[in-house]
Write a protein that binds this ligand. Structure first.
Ligand SMILES: Cc1cc2nc3c(=O)[nH]c(=O)nc-3n(C[C@H](O)[C@H](O)[C@H](O)COP(=O)(O)O)c2cc1C
Length: 368
């Protein structure tokens, strides 16, 4: 049985003017249990909501500056030295064929069109080889450290060989959450793992979660560092102590993330933690995810020190509604909103952005 009814899709109609419009259309298209399992419900007792991440953004307000000649604006930045036309990346989201038959091929085509990069999930339905071939720019690949370290090592070597530009190691999911999001999709659809023959060697084939090693420590990060020349980014950092450890262990970047609210309940919201994480991270680049729904959110995250943001749910809603075209439109909406917010704030270049752009109830110590 198909999980998605694509017959009613429409892109660019008046109904689809915001990311939230895409969410509501996705809600209509997906079977309710799948939508709720992936994105959470408002009263979700096990904490899959993004309420705290949204509340943190909503507690921020801009301090717009005027008379600054905003006639031309640049939205471009770099991450690990790679150019992004917009400071947005598509974060790792497992198995995109759950919501659209083109899966991650739709994702990479939309990323190409927007001049941005994607982070390919380890449990993607399309293999890293195919995605990197289809990409016009760098692709980062996400990894969970498995109980089977030999398989993990083979995977890392393979990802480097096929041209991954960075390794994003997710460290906030030691094997509990999201068991039920694989509903309806057999794991043999995980492209890269299938290509490498790793699926056959996994202890548990039904769910990746049970193969992820909860015993992982910083020693394993050192091991990964010794294994590959690829830049390493840790995803799921939430404290300055761990941001400091990232720096000490030679990590190249970190993603401040609470897995979109899927992990430990978080009353703070990721953007509220940014200033202390950025301070502790030093030269290590900091990216943020969790709750990005508008262009203004992107500017606020950059003002608090993020180098770029990653999209989770927003990309999936675009894919659900209309595959590549839907995600391309979602990215265009965010780009236009970011551009407009910059214009109204008196900002022409992202390098000009700092905490003085914001006022907030998050903590006055960050505001001059
Ligand atoms: C349906 C779904 C699947 C996800 N799959 C992965 C994954 O395979 N690997 C990973 O590191 N994070 C995964 N995440 C977490 C996202 O990368 C990201 O941290 C989070 O969704 C960001 O919050 P947002 O959804 O509010 O943008 C997933 C999130 C969702 C909602």
């Amino acid at each position: 049985m198909s999980m998605v009814n694509h017959e009613t899709t429409a892109v660019g109609t008046v109904d689809l003017r915001t990311v939230r419009d895409y969410r509501e259309r996705a809600r209509e298209l997906l079977e309710p249990h799948l939508f709720d399992n992936m994105f959470g419900t408002d009263d979700d007792a096990i904490g899959r909501t993004d309420n705290s991440n949204r509340a943190a953004f909503e507690s921020l307000a801009f301090r717009p500056r005027i008379l600054r000649d905003v006639s031309s604006r640049s939205l471009a930045t770099t991450v690990l030295g790679q150019r992004l036309e917009v400071p947005i990346m598509l974060g790792p989201i497992g198995d995109a064929r759950r919501v659209h038959p083109d899966g991650e091929l739709a994702t990479i085509r939309a990323a190409n069109a927007a001049g941005i990069s994607m982070v390919l999930s380890m449990v993607s339905s399309v293999s890293a080889t195919e995605i990197i071939e289809a990409a016009s720019g760098p692709v980062w690949t996400q990894l969970y450290v498995l109980k089977d370290r030999a398989a993990t090592g083979r995977l890392v070597e393979h990802l480097a060989e096929v041209g991954s530009a960075a390794l994003v190691v997710t460290v906030d999911n030691p094997g509990i959450i999201s068991k039920d999001v694989n509903v309806g999709r057999p794991p043999q659809d995980w492209g890269t793992l299938k290509e490498l023959g790793i699926l056959e060697t996994l202890a548990v084939r039904r769910s990746m979660i049970e193969n992820i090693d909860p015993a992982v420590t910083w020693k394993d990060i050192d091991w990964l560092r010794s294994l590959t020349q690829l830049p390493i980014v840790l995803k799921g950092i939430r404290t300055p102590e761990d941001a400091t450890l990232c720096r000490e262990h030679g990590v190249d970047g970190l993603v401040l993330s609470n897995h979109g609210g899927h992990t430990l309940g978080d009353q703070t919201g990721t953007v509220a933690r940014l200033p202390e994480i950025v301070e502790a991270a030093g030269e290590t680049e900091v990216y943020l995810d969790g709750g990005i729904r508008e262009g203004a959110d992107v500017l606020a995250a950059l003002a608090l020190g993020a180098r770029a943001v990653l999209l989770g749910r927003a990309q999936y809603w675009g894919l659900t509604v209309a595959g590549e075209a839907g995600l391309t439109h979602v990215l265009e909406i965010l780009r236009r909103e970011l551009d407009k917010t910059m214009m109204f704030c008196g900002v022409t270049d992202l390098q000009q952005v700092d905490h003085r752009l914001l006022t907030s109830v998050v903590g006055d110590r960050f505001i001059e």
